[in-house]
Design a protein around this ligand. Structure first.
Ligand code: SF4
Length: 680
């Protein structure tokens, strides 16, 4: 890689919490073959964590990696990733969680591309990293503090220039939905890794770096900034909004509210996050600012699921942008000369679900509690609260004495419930602190999970009631997301078949990094018979590989995949590192990473076809807004096509030796063969 290192900082620090010891590993052991980010994590986990380890065991390794673009100034490079065994997936499995903020860039300025967190500290501990110096410090001044007070305390202790990631009380108390949080409310939340921090007695990591990270090609970097920024890059002044939310969830806000748009992470020239100013706090009278995006909108009112328009998934060259831009209110102008423009922007209204009426202040309180306790907002809004609402309406809560009348429309109950589960109080705190998937099973799945909620009505077939289980559960201990039912349920069958295939081969709700995108002209070809379409399968594989790259190069869900600029990630990689890379080569690296993920699941967690088909198929037996489901035969035909296209054995779902070797993973194939896990 030459004398001067471009893109990478050059070292990964292995942090042995049990013995307060540090070992430095050259990043070049893994790159460029494994790119960076999640891809490097997958290789390390494959080499170092054997079967039989649980999420809270000291042997579980939480691996944190930046990408080669992190800290170079390439937009989206500030995104970083954690991987490890997730306590929040059902059953526990290897998983990942992306996180933005400024911590990753600062870590690289200190000289590290990543951290391998292993063992368990003998007492409450936090790490202080100052360039080459990594210290294990007693966390007593921090333990018990909520997220922002902990961030503030670290600044008091180490100066304003440090960047920290911390857990709140939820992580300390091993709540399985606990997040790890940056100072600007960015979270690694989906996998519950905050609880893994807690299990290791690790409260926080604080870093100060005074070095530099050099991009290889500064001219290309400028060009990328310009091109990736268009047409969204524009000043985002603070504006006063009179209403909040959309459709039936819209709320008139008396006196208005103040909104700004801010970037989520270091170096980005986009403004994807809402800065909500002067909001109501859950803790005292002081008004607060919050940074939110996406699902947070529904905290304030949830009468109707997200609506959907084809442009959100299926795009033309004239009209293509990633749908979350709409949430940022940063949409480019629509090209009306597009022959498909009418169909592309035709709105499919979300199902009416009647979970809770709009209440701006209550929504703010709910968000504040998630931020401060360090809980995954997604699970709170789309799972705990929706379950409470549905279960109450179906009379399921009559036998459960929470110590307060359950009512998700009552701000005091929302506070009471989140406090109860965060601190594991009373009879039901410990039950729900295990997350909804486990809580439902503890309470009794037949009654508390499978009971049909009778309050969901289609708006594409007005007045038609649609069965929806109160569990809202899909697969791997996660709730519906862009799957034709539940949250963002108005996507039609070809779309939810694609997202279900993505979910099936994953270990969590992967839609936060794998929203399905494909060309509209392809959609027109497969929408009549999606279960027998190689085009759809190729679209799934493309989205999965791009997701791998988003967490490896890094890029992000707000920017990728750009269907009409597929070389974007390869260009960013080369600009950062100086290493020539074509789109095709980078796609092969994504395949390699994906295969490692598959191999880990096979070896450590028994993954095979029966397991994953059995996990996801039941969730598609409830009707989508059109009343559609998928038959066992059709679903298995689609799975066959997918496995074949991936080079996996159709019977077992295991990749063949030839497939592993094509991507340079002979050693992995050999190891799996020894275990009897290579297709014969
Ligand atoms: S989410 Fe937005 S601000 Fe964050 S990295 Fe992506 S494009 Fe940049």
């Amino acid at each position: 890689m030459g004398d001067r290192l471009y893109g990478y900082a050059g070292k990964i620090a292995r942090i042995d919490l049990t013995n307060s010891a540090v070992e430095l590993i050259p990043t070049s052991k893994y790159v460029p073959e494994y790119i960076g980010g999640r891809s490097v994590c997958n290789r390390i986990f494959w080499e170092e964590v054997q079967p039989g380890v649980g999420a809270f065991d000291p042997e579980n390794k939480l691996i944190y990696m930046t990408g080669p673009t992190t800290a170079t100034g390439i937009p989206t490079g500030g995104r970083t990733v954690f991987t490890g065994i997730s306590p929040n997936s059902w059953p526990e499995q290897y998983c990942w969680s992306g996180i933005g903020g400024w911590f990753g860039a600062e870590l690289k300025f200190a000289g590290y591309d990543g951290l391998i967190l292993e063992g368990k500290a003998p007492a409450h501990t936090y790490l202080y990293i100052e360039d080459g110096d990594i210290r294990f410090l007693p966390a007593e001044p921090l333990w018990g503090l909520m997220v922002h007070p902990a961030q503030k305390k670290l600044e008091e202790l180490h100066g304003k220039n440090v960047k920290s990631i911390v857990i709140g009380p939820a992580g300390e108390n091993l709540m399985r939905n606990a997040s790890i949080t940056t100072s600007n409310d960015n979270v690694a939340a989906k996998s519950g890794f905050g609880a893994v921090f807690g299990s290791k007695n690790l409260k926080a990591i604080t870093v100060r770096g005074t070095g530099a990270v050099y991009p290889a090609d500064i001219k290309k970097l400028y060009a990328l900034r310009k091109k990736m920024g268009e047409p969204y890059m524009r000043p985002s002044p603070v504006v006063r909004e009179e209403t909040h939310g959309m459709d039936q969830n819209a709320i008139p806000v008396e006196g208005g509210w103040l909104r700004g748009q801010v970037a989520c992470s270091h170096g980005c020239n986009q403004h994807c996050c809402r800065l909500m100013m002067n909001m109501k706090s859950a803790f005292g009278d002081a008004r607060i600012n919050q940074v939110e995006k996406c699902v947070g909108i529904f905290a304030y009112g949830f009468q109707q699921d997200c609506s959907w328009t084809p442009i959100q998934s299926f795009e033309t060259e004239q009209n293509h942008f990633l749908p979350c831009k709409m949430l940022s209110q940063e949409m480019p102008p629509i090209d009306m000369s597009d022959p498909h423009v009418t169909a592309l922007f035709e709105k499919v209204p979300g199902d009416t679900v009647n979970y809770w009426k709009p209440d701006f202040d209550k929504g703010s309180v709910m968000m504040d509690m998630c931020n401060e306790y360090g809980i995954d907002k997604w699970d709170v809004i789309v799972w705990f609260m929706t379950w409470l609402s549905m279960a109450k309406k179906e009379g399921l809560l009559d036998d459960l004495d929470f110590g307060m009348e359950p009512d998700v429309e009552n701000e005091e109950f929302v506070k009471y419930f989140l406090d109860m589960i965060t601190y594991r109080k009373g009879k039901y705190g410990p039950v729900f602190a295990e997350g909804m998937a486990r809580a439902i099973r503890t309470l009794g799945k037949e009654k508390y999970g499978d009971t049909i909620y009778r309050g969901r009505f289609s708006q594409v077939k007005p007045g038609v009631r649609l069965d929806l289980p109160v569990s809202l559960e899909t697969a791997w201990g996660h709730s519906y997301h862009w799957q034709g039912r539940g949250f963002e349920g108005s996507i039609p069958k070809p779309g939810w078949l694609a997202t279900s295939l993505e979910l099936m081969t994953s270990t969590r709700d992967c839609q936060t990094v794998e929203h399905h995108h494909q060309k509209y002209e392809e959609y027109l070809q497969f929408r009549g018979d999606p279960c027998h379409s190689l085009l759809l399968v190729d679209g799934v594989i493309m989205n999965q590989n791009k997701a791998e790259l988003k967490d490896s190069v890094t890029s992000c869900e707000w920017q990728s995949p750009d269907l009409f600029w597929p070389e974007m990630e390869a260009e960013a990689f080369t600009a950062a590192t100086g290493i020539p890379m074509t789109e095709r080569q980078l796609n092969a690296a994504a395949e390699r990473s994906r295969l490692l993920f598959r191999a880990i699941l096979m070896r450590n967690f028994g993954r095979d076809r029966d397991m994953e088909v059995g996990a996801v198929f039941p969730s598609m037996q409830y009707p989508d807004p059109w009343g559609e489901t998928v038959s066992w035969e059709d679903w298995n035909d689609l799975v066959d096509l997918y496995y074949e296209r991936r080079g996996w054995d159709k019977k077992t779902g295991w990749p063949t030796r030839e497939t592993f070797e094509r991507y340079g993973l002979k050693d992995v194939a050999d190891a799996l063969e020894t275990l009897g896990k290579l297709p014969s």
